[in-house]
Design a protein around this ligand. Sequence first.
Ligand SMILES: [Zn+2]
Length: 65
Amino acid sequence: MLSLEPVKEKYGDYLCRQCLNKEYNVNLVPRDCNHFFFGVCRCCNENRRLITSLTATGKLKMLVK
Ligand SMILES: [Zn+2]
């Protein structure tokens, strides 16, 4: 499972899946996300699920672009 600490450091908080996809040019689907909490995304200002960690598949998608 991949920590998204770099994302948090860059944006001051975790981002929603849509913004992660946009920022990292990946295609994460809900099952790629291991943990999340509901909150306002710093990137799109929408109340969404903010992703805090990814599954192995999600991690691979982030690494292999
Ligand atoms: Zn967002």
